[in-house]
Design a protein around this ligand. Structure first.
Ligand code: NAI
Length: 338
């Protein structure tokens, strides 16, 4: 307890005595939602965040007033749900996190959210391209496999696309994989580093257990299925009240922290993420999640998938077929609905 407090206090001192380079504005779009609220709280606890801008079409200022009383040094501001409020929330932002959009209900796939969320994400991406074109953009809104390509198209159309700054947040798949493995093996999840590649929905989520501490798990079809469809457990248990929010907030906060650490000069920060990737471009797949090394300019290096076994090769093939369609759907939407 005391040790944890000391670490936190030291982190705070470092962040706040640091140069202007280390000042970090983080904006959350969809801040009053199931993910947005706990995510905003976790970001308020992160000493690397110096300014926290909270925007939602309803309730942003309320969440901001509440979170602003947490006694860490960052300034928190909530913005009115107007175009001017959105532009102000985005101005000067280093990281924009987007959990805006509707979540799943039982029986729905992430793709079923497309019709509603595609236009929400497109409109928010337009505002980002206008007011924060150089920010790192972290997309949580589903279906991530399609919403990330939509953002890319919006930025391209405005001549401000920087593929190094656009991330689909797949961290929750990695978080789940390490937790599920630790439950089976009786280990501490902190020691379980499971690479998950592909995309973020169903069979496009491919855990690579052959590269982990427990290569034997690659033949555990039940575990593979649990990682791919872990989100469904939460949707079912919430029984119509939404999908993962708390674990997602933790995962979103972890990804934001990784981007900030790298931006502030830390070396060797690696997080799997769904990015504009060369790995399968020869097969017409422009976005793919794999381990990404982060740096001051966003994506520093996209690491290869690495050696996989026969089971995993099959999973990757199934993934690529679906992923290609999901990406094409996003690109087609952006073209038809500019
Ligand atoms: P929610 O419905 O609780 O919250 C969404 C929030 O977005 C609401 O407060 C709503 O007012 C706001 N919003 C809607 N349109 C907006 C706009 N144009 N501008 C700003 N705010 C807007 O939903 P929840 O549970 O927070 O989920 C949000 C999204 O995150 C969903 O699409 C869900 O599928 C996705 N998700 C992604 C995960 C991932 O691993 N990437 C995991 C879990 C959920």
């Amino acid at each position: 307890m005391f040790a944890a407090r000391a670490v936190f206090a030291a982190g705070q001192r470092r962040a706040f005595s640091a140069s202007a380079r280390n000042l970090s504005k983080v904006t959350v779009l969809g801040a009053a939602g199931g993910i947005g609220q706990p995510l905003s709280l976790l970001l308020k606890l992160n000493p690397r965040v110096t300014e926290l801008a909270l925007y939602d079409i309803r309730g942003g200022p309320g969440v901001a007033a509440d979170v602003s009383h947490v006694n860490t040094k960052s300034n928190v501001k909530g913005y009115e749900p107007t175009a001017a409020g959105l532009a102000e929330a985005l101005k000067g932002s280093d990281v924009v996190v987007i959990p805006a959009g509707v979540p799943r209900k039982p029986g729905m796939t992430r793709d079923d959210l497309f019709n509603t969320n595609a236009s929400i994400v497109r409109d928010l991406a337009k505002a980002c391209a206008e007011s924060a074109p150089d920010a790192n953009l972290l997309i949580i809104a589903n279906p991530v496999n399609s919403t990330v390509p939509i953002c890319a198209e919006v930025f391209k159309a405005r001549g401000v696309y920087n593929p190094k700054r656009l991330f689909g947040v797949t961290t929750l798949d990695v978080v789940r994989a390490s937790r599920f493995v630790s439950e089976i093996k009786g280990t501490d999840p902190v020691d379980e580093n499971i690479t998950v590649v592909g995309g973020h929905s169903g069979v496009t989520i491919v855990p690579l257990f052959s590269q982990s501490n427990h290569p034997d798990l690659t033949s555990n079809a039940e575990l593979v299925n649990r990682v791919q469809f872990g989100g469904d457990e939460v949707v079912k248990a919430k029984d119509g009240a939404g999908s993962a929010t708390l674990s997602m907030a933790m995962a979103g906060a972890r990804m934001t922290d990784a981007v900030l650490r790298a931006a502030q000069g830390e070396k060797g920060v690696v997080e799997p993420s769904f990015v504009d990737s060369p790995l399968y471009k020869d097969q017409g797949i422009d976005f793919f999640a794999s381990k990404v090394e982060l740096g001051p300019n966003g994506v520093e290096k996209i690491l290869p998938v690495g050696a996989v076994d026969a089971n995993e090769q099959k999973l990757i093939e199934a993934c690529l077929a679906d992923l290609k369609k999901n990406i094409a759907k996003g690109v087609a939407f952006a073209a038809a609905n500019p």
